[in-house]
Design a binder for this molecule. Structure first.
Ligand code: F6P
Length: 364
């Protein structure tokens, strides 16, 4: 068995989500209980690049279970292999490989084992550390629930609660005015938030990236509901949803980010298309970063606690290069390289898609 680590470095990477602090608390408490030291790396990989590392003690992580965000901070611009250091004279981004700098920081702090909380990109960024002999454990985080190798990422279920509450609220105003009300939700290229919140919030139409839609079919559904005596229609639309032969709607580009394309705006486009083709007035609202903010729900507090404790347990068992995962209703672990280069998306025959279709829900 390899030497067990005496010191763990833990960091939260890229976009935040509810439950990060629950995982940090759990990783740290379990490690302290086992007699290990814990270092918190600030702002994800940026803390390694800039040598911003601090000790985490019991009182640093006590009382943070229900706290949103991350006590360590995070950055979505810190991929060590491709780090933006500025702009050249032509205005192009200058990229640098700063992996060696990260290794130096790591060594200076006792060449810790690393627990990284992140999505597919983060797991890939952790690879050079594993190759250099550092024990690395990943914990899958994202509201998008799109990490390959796990059926659940923490943060997802809290985002679903926020989106569901928005759908509940627009029902009443849509009824008052006889409108089509669209709630646009996040999820990048996956429709998990839209699907689950759409079902929970009783959306009549759910549009997800995995099932391209036609505006004519959307309007047909609105008309059909009117013929059934329902004057309001509720739509839950994933930010990555596309029309047949259409393209993703991009809200912004951030060339300095490893994930430069920021999606957003499809809800408003669907609203305008409904207005053009139907007598029913349409309005769109977007939940945006509200889905990532605030206190984690009970489910994410529990999964965060389980995931964090499992991460430390794996290190104590001498394991490395594993990612904590959820499969078949229990916590397990998989090879950390599994998520690289892909996203877990909805299959058209997903049981929840089938159940929704069985209840007259249209996917456009
Ligand atoms: O991956 C999480 C996520 O919230 C996506 O759902 C969304 O597309 C993206 O991050 C937004 O990124 P940013 O916070 O950089 O705008």
């Amino acid at each position: 068995m390899p030497d067990l680590p005496r010191r763990i470095g833990v960091r939260t990477c890229v976009g935040d989500c509810p439950g990060l602090n629950a995982v940090l608390r759990s990783v740290t408490k379990h490690a302290l209980q086992a007699g290990l030291d814990v270092h918190g790396i600030e702002d994800g990989f940026l803390g390694l690049i800039e040598n911003r590392v601090r000790e985490l003690r019991y009182d640093d992580v006590s009382g943070i279970l229900a706290l949103g965000g991350t006590i360590l901070g995070t950055s979505n611009k810190a991929n060590p292999k491709r780090f933006a250091t500025g702009f050249d004279e032509a205005g192009d981004v200058v990229w640098e490989d700063v992996t060696e700098r990260c290794f130096r920081t790591s060594e200076e702090h006792g060449r810790e084992a690393l627990v990284v909380l992140g999505g597919d990109g983060t797991m890939a960024c952790a690879q050079p550390f594993a190759e250099a002999g550092v024990s690395v454990i990943g914990v899958p985080k994202t509201i998008d629930n799109d990490v390959i190798g796990t059926e659940l990422t923490f943060g997802f279920l809290s985002a679903v609660e926020v989106a569901t509450e928005a759908l509940d609220r627009v029902h009443t105003t849509a009824e008052s005015h006889g409108r089509a009300l669209i709630v646009e939700v996040m999820g990048r290229n996956a429709g998990w938030i839209a699907l689950r919140a759409g079902v929970a919030g009783g959306a009549d139409i759910i549009l997800v990236p995995e099932i391209p839609f036609s505006v004519d079919r959307v309007v047909d559904m609105i008309e059909w509901r009117r013929s059934m005596g329902r004057r309001a229609t509720i739509l839950c639309v994933a930010e990555g949803a596309t029309m047949e032969d259409g393209e993703k709607i991009v809200h912004a580009h951030d060339p300095t980010s490893p994930d430069p394309v920021k999606l957003g705006g499809i809800g408003e486009i669907v609203a305008r298309a409904i207005d053009e083709r139907s007598p029913v007035e349409a309005r769109a609202v977007t939940r945006g970063h509200i889905q990532r903010g605030g206190s984690p729900g009970a489910n994410d507090r529990v999964s965060g606690t389980q995931f964090g404790a499992k991460a430390t347990r794996l290190l104590l068992e001498g394991k490395t290069n594993r990612m904590v995962a959820w499969a078949g209703g229990r916590v397990t672990d998989v090879d950390i390289t599994l998520p690289a280069g892909g996203q877990r998306t909805i299959q058209p025959d997903d049981p929840l898609v089938r159940a929704a279709r069985d209840c007259y829900t249209s996917f456009g």
